[in-house]
Design a protein around this ligand. Structure first.
Ligand code: SF4
Length: 345
């Protein structure tokens, strides 16, 4: 079976070329053909020696998942792409325009094993990891659809837990960052995680300037376990320790995501507990009122309660903002992405 060339980040492509006793700059030429010139076959890479083109064609393919459906939000112009993978399974990726940014939210797994209570992606359980090529392909398909506008930011916040699929996440991020790939700076790439110990440290070894966003959602273990059952394995304390470590290593402020769920974690008492938990930590908090259209049976606090929560954080010296989800009318907002975990004809 042929391998997918999109799985190889720049270094690995260079190694492959060097293994075949070719000059390393050939790797850059191949990247340029694929990511800048959007060619579909190795035969079209006319500045490569014919023998090299043939060798690549014999051992690799340029895999292209297809867009099964595109939905455009009437509320805010966000686009959701439903992407059909080689085995017929579907994932979703969302392109989010705002005043000065065009952000792509990519998926890293079909389904998710973490089962967060507010999230549709985890409701059907875990199916499989995406390959690095399948993550990069989301970027290629969305870039082509967005043209001539350029994607400026990438967030690994779609379906799946990126650090439960660490190798593909790292390799895809390296291609997205590469000058001959998509040339998106590390400071414009963010990975969101529930905080699996060890994986965050590994990620920043490869990408020290990447943005990190920790899904916290609760100020204590008991409540976090109700919201993220996996917290039994990764405690609030371990997430805080990991965030501190990352800040020391990279100098980048960690972000904590806090989805506000009515009756669960959204009272002023919870806000005060969050202030206490984060005291002395340099960080930002994103408050995300749960999408009202959420299919999980939970609801969002009203805007007054959300503002009260924010004001407790601010008075406590915690830097925080309210982040409103986008694409709610096309089921593309935070916690809403979910495709059937089965092959679709
Ligand atoms: S919020 Fe993230 S980690 Fe939790 S179930 Fe959804 S995709 Fe998985």
């Amino acid at each position: 079976m042929k391998r997918d060339i999109l799985d190889l980040p720049p270094r690995k492509l260079e190694t492959q070329v060097a293994d075949w006793r070719q000059a390393r700059f050939r790797a850059g030429q191949i990247q340029e053909w694929i990511y800048k010139k959007d060619v579909r076959t190795f035969a079209e890479m006319t500045n490569l020696p014919k023998a090299l083109r043939q060798r690549f064609a014999a051992e690799f393919e340029i895999c292209r998942p297809t867009v099964a459906r595109r939905l455009v939000s009437k509320l805010d112009g966000s686009s959701k792409f439903v992407i059909r993978l080689f085995d017929g399974r579907l994932v979703e990726t969302v392109l989010i325009p705002s005043e000065r940014r065009l952000t792509l939210c990519v998926s890293t797994q079909v389904g998710c094993r973490f089962g967060c209570k507010f999230c549709a992606s985890g409701a059907g359980g875990f199916v499989r990891n995406l390959t690095a090529g399948e993550i990069v392909a989301q970027m290629m398909l969305a870039s082509r659809a967005a043209g001539p506008a350029k994607i400026t930011h990438v967030v690994f916040m779609g379906m799946g837990e990126p650090l439960d699929n660490l190798k593909s996440t790292v390799d895809a991020a390296l291609t997205i960052n590469s000058e001959l790939g998509f040339n998106i700076g590390w400071r414009r790439i963010t990975v969101s995680t529930v905080g699996i110990p060890g994986t965050v440290e590994e990620l920043i070894r490869h990408a020290p300037q990447i943005g990190l966003s920790f899904s916290l959602h609760a100020p204590n273990d008991e409540l976090r376990e109700r919201i993220i059952p996996a917290n039994r394995r990764f405690s609030v304390g371990s997430i805080i320790a990991t965030a501190r470590h990352c800040f020391r290593e990279t100098g980048r402020l960690p972000t904590f995501e806090y989805v506000l769920i009515e009756g669960w974690n959204a009272s002023t008492g919870h806000a005060r507990a969050l202030v206490e938990l984060l005291s002395g930590i340099r960080c930002k908090v994103n408050l995300i009122p749960l999408n009202p259209a959420s299919a999980c049976g939970l609801s969002s606090p009203g805007s007054e309660q959300t503002l009260r929560f924010l004001s407790v954080l601010e008075r406590g010296g915690v830097k925080a903002t309210i982040r409103h989800s986008r694409g709610a009318d096309i089921i593309a907002a935070c916690g809403q992405l979910a495709c059937p975990g089965r092959p679709v004809a």
